[in-house]
Design a protein around this ligand. Structure first.
Ligand code: MG
Length: 204
């Protein structure tokens, strides 16, 4: 199983990090050891002084595929979750300045807490019309609808699968909206999908 992540997929988030708008999806990977399930706490690692939360819609691939046309992409997934793409912003900034990869800043152990998966059929909504939000210590810090993505889920699947074959169980983190900020030990994060609490994560 692999975890494919999209960067810079919401305009307001691109602005808050002073990045430029991409003309094609920005893709990076996390290893499977990044995944944390069951609302486990996140233990602040000693190699970073600035870790940001990034709440994202996560799509699970349900059918193998390579070079999938946009028009067929919907046949390759039917479940979604919310995840947090924890990012060592200090290490990422250092890497960006040196034009080096973000791998360690993004792919470290436990950097991807994940909720349960929900079928789009049960949610009764299109994948590009889902409300999600993140609360930090009870206060809403991120709020978006997936219609605000620059590249849709289907476009991301089509683009990525030209380069990397998709397999059953692969996950796609589809990018974060505005409102990212740092976490501190003691913070409690809660992610909501369609108004329902689906993921909790305490920083320890
Ligand atoms: Mg992200």
């Amino acid at each position: 199983m692999k975890i494919i992540c999209v960067g810079r997929n919401y305009s307001e988030h691109i602005k808050e990090l002073s990045n430029s708008k991409p003309d094609k999806p920005v893709i990076f990977l996390k290893p499977d050891t990044a995944i944390v399930r069951g609302n486990s706490p996140f233990y602040y690692p000693d190699f970073s002084q600035q870790i940001d939360y990034e709440c994202e819609l996560v799509v699970k691939i349900s059918k193998i595929g390579k070079s999938i046309p946009v028009s067929c992409a919907k046949n390759h997934y039917n479940e979604v979750a919310l995840g947090i793409d924890f990012t060592c912003r200090d290490l990422q900034t250092e890497a960006k300045e040196k034009s080096l990869p973000w791998t360690l800043a993004k792919g470290f152990d436990y950097s991807a807490p994940l909720s349960e998966f929900y079928s789009l059929e049960d949610l009764g909504k299109d994948v590009q019309n889902l409300d999600f939000s993140l609360l930090k210590n009870g206060e809403t810090v991120q709020q978006a609808n997936t219609s605000q993505m620059l590249f849709s889920v289907d476009e991301i699947i089509s683009f990525v699968s030209r380069f990397i074959s998709l397999k059953v169980g692969d996950l796609i983190f589809t990018g974060t909206p505005a409102g990212v900020s740092s976490i501190q030990i003691g913070d409690k994060l809660t992610a909501c999908l369609e108004g329902k609490e689906v993921l909790k994560c305490e920083i320890k």
